[in-house]
Design a protein around this ligand. Structure first.
Ligand code: C2O
Ligand code: CU
Length: 532
């Protein structure tokens, strides 16, 4: 059965989103009604109040690479200031963003494996932030635990509003905790040992209850890790290596970002208005902060490092006319695959990354190659365009072996745990529990292989902090076509069950795993595991 048929089967032909259909079928009560839905994502489209820009009229931009403030024999030091800035996104308007260094996406950090990266994050925004390096193998004190707030330098705005979230989780619906978090004032140093493979990571806000609106307003950027194994491949680099931060957004008439917060102050009450509780879908597609951009590319091979940075939108990427050899996947969230995989299209859930080589060398100059999102409707069915220039560059021959990556032997697993990601409580829950800092759903031993059985009632991209995992099975079949390699986020579909092999090796402490649909995450679909 095709996915679409399966979904309408589950929905009983009622014409609602797959997620809802599945939930109804399974007898899970949904405490709310959903707005208009997109067929392949949870959530409702938030309609912009301005005239959307014409696709493919603005050039692609690439976020600047951040230089270290200083370096020592084994460490690089960076400084970033989160601040508001007025930037131009939709021509003729300005958008006030919350940006790392005042830009969206934030500056790209590039680390070397085993060189410590230290980032001083200063908070000049009116609201608290928490910085998480997504995909980082990071000690607990630098992992951006959701209540380890970095308060603003200037507290006037916060003081002017009631501070139910003031360092504790008291006041969050359904959650009472006396845990005050490890808070800092004005700034915080995050230290990343970077004992990990080359990979495409990203950093973003992770404040409890408010990650959705903060990331929507711009608090996210790329963080790439390089190593010798990757160097040896001589992959397309410099201008032939493009990080692409895909993010849907909606706009008010004046060009500001539109987001349906229950509490637009972003101080007291987390969550979104009822129709968006399943997720907020934008109606303008941004790539590196530019709506539907056009990139002029040489007739050459390019390395595209694509991030789905949407809050709730799933993407199905396809290039047309198709490139010679297809979309050649070389890596995923956890770095290089063992061997390349050619795809005609690629499904990418929220927070997932695709590392791919695209051969543009065979197109005629002037060809317009469009990157489509086959899950999107109307304008949202397109993402960006590549226009082929007459200039030729290097055509990269992707080697048959990319890296030393072995499938884990699931029979070695010491323990199996089950987690159910479902509607419930104040919004969304894991094993019937809304997030609380006080409750741990798992206490894995460092170095021990475990099987986690995940069940989802609707679309839930499940992400675990600290270490990546491998996907062992979906239902009664093996992993899907987009599941290869080391993953940090698995795209779970309505009524789907999957098995993943996880092994936490790096650091002891309390970490989170959660749904990366940011509206689900903010409405409590998050849980702790404590490693020791
Ligand atoms: Cu991208 Cu816990 O997050
Ligand atoms: Cu979810």
């Amino acid at each position: 059965m095709s996915e679409l048929n399966r979904r309408s089967f589950l929905a009983g032909g009622v014409g609602v989103a797959g997620g809802v259909g599945a939930a109804v079928l399974l007898g899970v009560g949904l405490p709310y009604a959903l707005g208009p839905s997109s067929a392949s994502s949870d959530g409702a489209v938030l309609v912009s109040r301005l005239r959307r820009p014409r696709p493919f009229t603005q050039p692609l931009r690439v976020p600047p690479v951040l230089s270290p403030t200083h370096s020592t024999a084994d460490s690089d030091y960076y400084a970033i200031t989160a601040r508001q800035a007025a930037v131009s996104i939709v021509p003729g308007t300005t958008t006030r963003i919350f940006g790392f260094n005042g830009i969206f996406p934030g500056p790209t950090i590039i680390s070397r494996r085993d060189r410590t990266t230290t980032v001083l994050h200063r908070n000049e925004l009116p609201i608290p932030i928490v910085v998480h390096l997504h995909g980082g193998h990071t000690p607990v004190e630098s992992d951006g635990y959701p209540i380890d707030l970095v308060y603003p330098v200037d507290m006037r705005y916060l003081n002017a509003h009631r501070m139910a979230m003031g360092g504790s989780t008291k006041g969050m619906p359904g959650i009472g905790s006396d845990d005050a978090g490890d808070v800092s004032h004005g700034q915080r140093v995050y230290t990343y040992p970077m004992h990990q493979r080359a990979a495409t990571l990203w950093y973003h806000d992770h404040r409890m209850g408010f990650t959705g609106p903060s990331v929507w307003r711009g608090l996210a950027g790329f963080h790439l890790v390089r190593d010798e194994e990757e160097d040896a491949l001589h992959l397309p680099s410099a201008r032939y290596e493009l990080p692409l931060f895909l993010a849907d957004r909606s706009f008010e008439a004046d060009g500001s970002f539109r987001y349906p917060s229950t509490d637009p102050t972003m101080v007291n009450t987390p969550g979104v208005t009822t129709s968006f509780i399943a997720g907020v879908l934008g109606d303008v597609m941004l790539v590196n902060g530019v709506p539907w951009p056009n990139a002029a590319v040489d007739r050459a091979s390019y390395r595209l490092r694509i991030l789905n940075g949407c809050n709730a939108r799933r993407l199905k990427l396809r290039l047309d006319p198709p490139p010679e050899g297809g979309i050649v996947q070389i890596g995923t969230e956890g770095g290089l695959l063992a061997a390349p995989l050619a795809h005609d299209d690629f499904e990418l859930a929220e927070a997932q990354r695709l590392d791919a080589i695209i051969d543009f060398s065979r197109y005629r100059p002037g060809t317009e190659v469009t990157l489509y999102n086959d899950f999107g409707e109307g304008e949202m069915g397109r993402i960006m365009r590549f226009t082929i220039r007459p200039d030729s560059g290097h055509r990269y021959n992707v080697p048959d072996r990319l890296s030393d990556l072995r499938p884990v032997d699931a029979s070695r697993a010491a323990i199996t745990r089950s987690f159910r990601f479902q509607a419930g409580g104040p919004g969304w829950v894991v094993n019937a529990q809304p997030f609380s800092p006080d409750v741990a759903l798992a206490r894995p031993q460092l170095g021990q292989l475990e099987i986690w059985e995940l069940f989802a009632d609707s679309y839930h991209p499940v992400h675990a902090h600290l270490d990546p995992f491998q996907i062992i099975a979906r239902g009664i079949t093996g992993p899907g076509p987009y599941d290869a390699g080391w993953k940090d986020t698995i795209d779970l579909k309505p009524a789907e069950q999957a098995r993943i092999a996880v092994q936490f090796n790096d650091y002891a402490g309390r970490f989170v795993f959660h749904c990366h649909n940011l509206e689900h995450e903010d409405m409590a679909m998050m849980a702790n595991f404590i490693t020791s």
